[in-house]
Ligand binder design. Structure first.
Ligand code: FAD
Length: 470
């Protein structure tokens, strides 16, 4: 195969070993998690420092080369995968994985963008602090990718989205300029807050090379309960009662249907049903406090005791040890991957106002079952944030390809209901390639125009992650 004319120049900048051109070396960077996209690229570049990223970007800019930044390649809207046209080069941040500074007294940590989320959590723990961002892909996704997608996850209820955890960023611009905005200030009102544009920017405006992040007190007392209930209406009432009693001590509230738990028990290693009987719906509720003295267990018992009396809860298992807390979360975090084992799954990552979640679920479940009789809705996720991963598995025994061909039509039905409820068609995964064409249906012409003008100002040649988002 003909060698790409730019490969030698990139090899001079980052070292020949970090320019991957062999098909077997490139393969892991080209396939995305859901198998929706299979990319093509002449090479994958793996720079090891901000200076190298800058030099790569400058050369790419001068030579009109399109660059696709990639972190852990766990994104769910295809933004990190090069197009099938084969003229986009992948720039992987994985070698940039150093912790630059930890300040436990100031509750901050500063890291390269290629640090894996789980490593970052562990680094915080070493100094008795918490980095709260937590999601199913945490063993692979990188903080640069989390920031670029403004990832949500299971701790948003108490700590906010990734956006709320970022104090400063270092960014390499599409022309190679380095913006050092790596500040750890808690207060800084000096004009436009530019970092906000890169957070959730999905790699279309610049390449994040480092981040200064907030740390929190590590929970000293933590309780979790796996709760069986009849329907999402009961779950919402339980959420409201728990929030009213526990306030900021309520740090997790996740909902899952019976079928999702069954998928986990069948396909997820180490997963077992925490309750004896069967229940139509489940909630994983977590309470935690940074104070040893806080009576978290008493609070959990009080909330659930009242909920039993009110008929909201059918059964509940309390975690007896930290291992059991981990077992409960293992089920919740495994909920995405097990769906692959049950054939085709049509996905929706939606949000509606929290109080409307039960009505939304009633209507959306009925609508998809009407559209594809026998389909198996597996709506699960962050009830406390009003965010549901409304995934729908194919009917048992159906043809996978035939079922997946209904993807757009089912999206239209579900998104129509989301719109009716004043919700969002992308609560946490972003727009990328998958939802790009839906954007014009949900943003005003003015919003789209402002977004296009920002893109033009930051990336006038349109070489960084082109055709994503806009
Ligand atoms: P990638 O997939 O590599 O990239 C994602 C996007 O960011 C792409 O557009 C890419 O170009 C860009 N990008 C990556 N790194 C950089 C950088 N350094 N600078 C500029 N642009 C960059 N998301 C949630 O929000 N909540 C969840 O609960 C959740 N659960 C998940 C569970 C599973 C099992 C999986 C597979 C994914 C889940 N996700 C969830 C998706 C989530 O968006 C990603 O896991 C994560 O945030 C992306 O990080 P990444 O490093 O893998 O980025």
């Amino acid at each position: 195969m003909e060698r790409n004319p730019h490969a030698d120049r990139f090899a001079e900048i980052i070292g020949a070993a970090n320019v991957l051109t062999a098909p077997e070396d490139k393969a892991p960077y080209l396939r995305e998690w859901r198998d929706l996209y299979q990319g093509v690229t002449p090479m994958v570049l793996r720079p090891g420092s901000t200076g190298e990223v800058s030099a790569v970007m400058k050369y790419a800019y001068d030579n009109d080369i399109k660059i696709i930044p990639q972190g852990g390649n766990t994104g769910l809207v295809g933004g990190q995968i090069p197009l099938e046209t084969g003229d986009e080069i992948v720039l992987s941040l994985g070698r940039m994985n150093k912790v630059r500074a930890v300040d436990p007294d100031g509750f901050t940590i500063t890291v390269d963008s290629g640090v894996v989320l789980e490593t970052l959590q562990n680094e915080a723990e070493k100094v008795d602090r918490l980095f709260p961002l937590a999601l199913g892909a945490q063993g692979s996704c990188q903080i640069g990718g989390n920031i670029s997608t403004n990832a949500g996850g299971t701790a948003v209820l108490a700590y906010g989205n990734t956006r709320d955890l970022v104090l400063g960023l270092e960014v390499v611009m599409p022309n190679g300029d380095i913006w050092n905005g790596l500040r750890t200030l808690r207060k800084d009102n000096t004009g436009y807050d530019l970092k906000q544009l890169f957070i959730g920017g999905e790699g279309t405006l610049g390449i994040i090379t480092a981040a200064a992040l907030k740390l929190f007190p590590k929970p000293k007392k933590l309780e979790a309960a796996f709760i069986g209930l009849s329907d999402p209406h009961a779950a919402l009432k339980l959420f409201s009662a728990a929030k009213a009693q526990a306030g900021p001590v309520l740090t997790g509230f996740e909902i899952m249907p019976r079928v999702g738990l069954e998928f986990c028990v069948s396909h997820l290693q180490g997963a077992r049903d925490p309750l004896e009987g069967e229940h139509a719906w489940y909630v994983l509720m977590e309470l935690s406090s940074g104070s040893e003295a806080f009576p978290v267990r008493d609070l959990m018992e009080s909330i659930l005791g009242e909920a039993f009396e009110a008929g909201l809860v059918e059964d509940a298992a309390f975690a007896q040890a930290m291992q059991q807390v981990a077992d409960f979360w293992h089920i919740r975090h495994g909920m995405s991957e097990v769906q692959k084992e049950e054939g085709g799954s049509i996905k929706h990552d939606v949000s509606v106002p929290v109080a409307l979640i039960p009505d939304f679920l009633d209507k959306a479940i009925a609508a998809v079952q009407d559209f594809v009789p026998g389909c198996r809705p597996v709506p699960f996720g962050h009830l406390g944030d009003g965010n549901i991963h409304f995934n729908v598995s194919q009917p048992i025994g159906a043809d996978k390809e035939e079922y997946l061909a209904k993807w757009d039509a089912m999206n239209e039905i579900v998104h129509g209901i989301v719109h009716e409820f004043g919700g969002s068609i992308s609560a946490e995964h972003g727009i990328g390639r998958l939802k790009r064409d839906l954007l014009k249906g949900v943003k005003s012409e003015l919003e789209l125009d402002l977004m296009r003008r920002i893109k033009d100002a930051f990336d006038p040649k349109g070489l960084l992650n082109p055709d994503r988002v806009l």
